[in-house]
Design a protein around this ligand. Structure first.
Ligand SMILES: Nc1ncnc2c1ncn2[C@@H]1O[C@H](COP(=O)(O)OP(=O)(O)OP(=O)(O)O)[C@@H](O)[C@H]1O
Ligand SMILES: [Mg+2]
Length: 410
């Protein structure tokens, strides 16, 4: 059983017992497959196309990161909480030669000190009390791929020594192990404080610092690139409207103006969560300032009068209820299919228009890949610009249709 058997039976075996055992085995394997499918579709494979930005401040960072992706150079990503450090790490991995190999992330700040070495480098069975099984460790797990050391500044000094040795020698020694094992791993590390300050204060080894800091990247905070706010709002609105199957068509110009002036101490993650909440809680089909309670709680943000903000709009492909009536028939567009099945007939038994089915497929794909537009485009085997064009076209058609309906209704 310890080596991985699912169950055992004692001869002579009763048929019922055998049936139960088989049924359990099948159920487990179905669950495992399902879990893996969910995990893959959630993680996707990220590239630089998934980094949404149009700011100059990010240009240089992106260019450096893209170059880094083409080599195995150690990268250190610095930036405040929620600015997208992990996104950059995944994009670097996903755009380089190692993309088909594992990306393993370790949050160095979240592991108890006494377990850090065993988690990073593995341990032999019996190496310490509680080590009842051999454990490979994250380095070995990431073999051939990338090891992402998140919050690397939090690494205890003892573990820093071992990490340095692993990097110098290209080999790791498991806790309680006899000899080092060669590993080929690319290191990307991240920290939300200046790592050099930790070196100066004596909490981080200088020699290790220089090993990790070969190529430093600093991701600027959102308030230093406010021009990204409207497109990020649109990006997350499309994603959450699809995921939550909510009919939200956009964000009012007034709300956009305030959101663009807000300081976003939690950066993109905070903005992402604010849009998520607003999409779920809103009652109208357009998000208003009132749908963002954090803005009301914040000290009055001054909106620069000289900048005119456009409202943010998304393609009402995402509309499920109003005004999406199928022209010439009497059924509303089907709700987002949870299993990915597409109904090809209207209630009256006629074939649905191609364009409409296409919209439904695109909407489903956006939800399935959690708004990762480059993954959506890749899977649908269309270009990203085609994808956005189709979203825009659908928005145009729906608007026109909405208008017609209005005119026609009593
Ligand atoms: N430019 C961007 N475009 C689209 N999504 C982004 C962008 N930057 C960040 N995100 C999203 O914001 C969230 C936070 O990003 P991420 O986890 O990479 O931040 P982080 O810097 O690692 O944060 P922390 O320091 O808190 O760990 C993620 O959901 C990520 O996908
Ligand atoms: Mg992170």
């Amino acid at each position: 059983m310890r080596a991985g058997a699912q169950d055992f039976v004692v001869k002579p075996v009763g048929l019922e017992r055998l049936q139960v055992s088989l049924r359990n085995a099948l159920a487990t394997s179905v669950l495992k497959g399902e879990l893996q499918r969910i995990r893959h579709s959630r993680e996707g494979r990220l590239t630089f196309n998934d980094v949404i930005t149009r700011s100059e401040a990010m240009d240089a960072v992106l260019r450096t990161a893209q170059k880094a992706a083409g080599s195995g150079i150690p990268v250190l990503i610095e930036g405040e909480s929620g600015v997208g450090k992990e996104l950059f790490a995944r994009a670097i991995h996903g755009s380089g030669e190692r993309r088909s190999k594992p990306f393993v992330a370790v949050n160095c700040g979240a592991i108890p000190d006494n377990l850090v070495e065993s988690i990073l480098f593995g341990h032999e069975k019996g190496a310490f009390t509680g080590a009842t099984e051999r454990h490979l460790g994250k380095f070995v797990e990431a073999s051939g791929g990338t090891l992402f050391l998140d919050e690397v500044s939090e690494l205890p000094l003892a573990a820093q020594v071992k990490l340095l040795r692993a990097l110098q020698e290209g080999a790791v020694e498991a806790v309680g192990g006899r000899k080092p094992v060669k590993v080929d791993v690319r290191i990307i590390s991240a920290t939300n404080r200046k790592l050099l300050d930790h070196v100066k204060s004596g909490h981080f080894r200088e020699d290790l610092f220089y090993r990790l800091h070969v190529l430093p990247l600093t991701v600027p905070p959102l308030r230093a690139r406010r021009e990204d706010i409207p497109i990020l709002l649109r990006h997350f609105l499309v994603r959450f409207a699809a995921e939550e199957n909510r009919a939200v068509s956009g964000i009012s110009a007034e709300a956009v103006a305030h959101l663009a002036q807000f300081d976003w101490p939690g950066n993109i993650r905070q903005l992402e969560n604010a849009v998520y909440r607003a999409v779920v809680m809103s009652e109208g089909d357009q998000l208003e300032l009132g749908d963002f309670p954090l803005m009301l709680a914040a000290p009055q943000t001054k909106v620069a009068a000289e900048i005119a903000y456009e409202p943010v709009t998304v393609a009402p492909v995402l509309h499920q209820s109003a005004p999406a009536l199928v022209s010439g028939s009497d059924i509303p567009i089907a709700p987002l299919p949870s299993q990915g099945t597409l109904s090809m007939l209207t209630a009256s038994g006629e074939i649905r228009p191609l364009e409409e089915m296409e919209n439904e497929i695109i909407r489903f794909a956006i939800s399935h890949y959690r708004g990762q537009m480059s993954e959506v485009a890749r899977r649908l085997k269309i270009g990203r610009s085609t994808l956005y064009r189709k979203l825009d076209e659908a928005s145009g058609t729906a608007a026109a249709k909405g208008g017609e309906e209005h005119a026609g209704s009593p």
